[in-house]
Write a protein of this length. Structure first.
Length: 219
């Protein structure tokens, strides 16, 4: 297990930025509250059902036809890693801490597409569809989310309860216990919903965390 974690960390580090120093965060280290910064690669766990936010190169058969996003039950799947990026017009840089209320984007590490939402209906419940869209050179306002930290937290940390509010539609990133039978058999629907509910809560758990930049740490 230790060897596999080490191998994964090396892979992620080489994928993201070979010149950077990363901290490895796992579920067992969650109590340490590692700070999440721009450039970190994380997994987001749905608090209520414990699935990981997941995507893969499989399009929806309805709605937008874009790359599908699901909730995946396994802990060790590489398709559940997302790189935290600032909005395109932001002055934030890699290694900066992320405050509550920040506008962020999440890029799917394997396919390089952005976590996205719009007014298409989600396949199972008919809520707002959540998909993956674009690439390194293509991103639009449908990829933008506002981070809302629950409680008194000022900056985003591992194992901290958060909501993600989609800027264009006003829908919260949401999941529930309804599962697919075809395109992603056994995986859970992820959608957007325009209400603040207990099912909107996510936690960053496993990941490779870029440390806070020195200038920010000393400020």
């Amino acid at each position: 297990m230790a060897l596999s974690c080490f191998a994964l960390a090396i892979f992620l580090i080489l994928t993201l930025d070979s010149d950077s120093d990363y901290s490895i965060g796992t579920a067992s280290a969650a109590s340490e509250g590692v700070q999440i910064t721009y450039g970190s690669a994380i997994k987001l766990m749905h608090e209520k059902t414990k699935v990981r936010l997941h995507s893969h190169d499989v399009p929806y058969g309805s709605g937008s036809g874009q790359q599908s996003v699901t909730g995946f039950p396994a802990v060790d799947d590489a398709n559940s890693y997302w790189v935290v990026k600032p909005a395109p017009d932001s002055s934030a840089k890699q290694g900066d801490a992320i405050k509550s209320g920040s506008i962020i984007r999440l890029q799917h590490m394997k396919t390089r597409k952005w976590l996205h939402s719009h007014l298409h209906a989600s396949p199972i419940t008919g809520n707002l569809e959540v998909s993956c869209f674009g690439d390194d050179n293509e991103s639009d306002t449908g990829d933008v989310w506002r981070l809302e930290i629950e409680g008194n937290g000022k900056t985003w940390r591992q194992d901290q309860r958060v909501r993600l509010l989609h800027a264009d539609t006003g829908g919260y990133l949401h999941s529930h216990n309804k599962k697919y039978t075809r395109i992603a058999g056994g995986q859970q629907e992820v959608c957007g919903i325009k209400e603040k509910r207990p099912d909107n809560i996510w936690l960053a758990i496993e990941g490779v965390y870029l440390p806070v930049s020195e200038s920010k740490a000393s400020a």
